[in-house]
Design a protein around this ligand. Sequence first.
Ligand SMILES: Nc1ncnc2c1ncn2[C@@H]1O[C@H](COP(=O)(O)OP(=O)(O)O)[C@@H](O)[C@H]1O
Ligand SMILES: [Mg+2]
Length: 260
Amino acid sequence: MIQFDHLHKSYGEGPEAHEVLHDISLDIAKGEVFGILGSSGAGKSTLVRCINLLERPTKGRVVIDGEDVTDATGARLAALRASIGMIFQNFSLFQQRTVLRNVTFPLELNHVSKAERTARAERLLDMVGLSGYGDRYPSQLSGGQQQRVAIARALANKPSIMLCDEATSALDSTTTVQILDLLRRINREMDVTLVVITHSLSVARSICDRVAMIDGGRIVESGRTEELFANPQSDILKALIASADAQNTRRADTGISEVR
Ligand SMILES: Nc1ncnc2c1ncn2[C@@H]1O[C@H](COP(=O)(O)OP(=O)(O)O)[C@@H](O)[C@H]1O
Ligand SMILES: [Mg+2]
């Protein structure tokens, strides 16, 4: 369980300080796929970066599995980060390392033996559909394949939580569906709680159990995905749904199928 308890985040100090998250309280249950939906600049990345403390909250608490981690440092912080995988829009792979050595990297940091590192990385590459790709370099792979490598790397330390920050935003619609299927499978089969950040209504709709809509650093509404989208309360979500519907109608008219 991930809990945000009256969390605030400001960037800058003193008169320069600028609050970008305002009084966020939210519970994400173990094993769920939770979506954070909002437009660019809403504060989505800042919020999830407070989970693994890549950003420190200015006020309020982050509680994971009942433990207040807000001020974690040293070994406790390292253990927390090892238990949380993260993937990004731009994949963030090490270009100078092979696919296999991208996946073994977090295990090197954790001093896992070479034999065990290789065995675990090969199992993970197999799981994400990339067995036989270990010796390639990231630049030799498609975007979807690179994101699969990033997913394997994020899973190397057997995390209980995975943060996905616009993980499919750089991918075409077919690849997006494949990556979302993979993430769903990881959630179900490996019991990994997923926090999915997206600006895309269709991504939220297709993978999330529950969604929080964030706008201007505030949660404007949240709920079970179907219920939220069937009966939106906030102007921003209503507008987002109307614009997605209009786009899909236009695509239906032109015979192009629905995209992100
Ligand atoms: N390191 C930073 N320093 C100062 N301002 C930042 C920093 N990171 C993000 N911001 C600001 O915080 C707000 C929220 O950004 P972000 O969390 O990246 O939003 P999103 O992920 O929803 O696009 C934006 O106004 C952004 O400019
Ligand atoms: Mg962002």
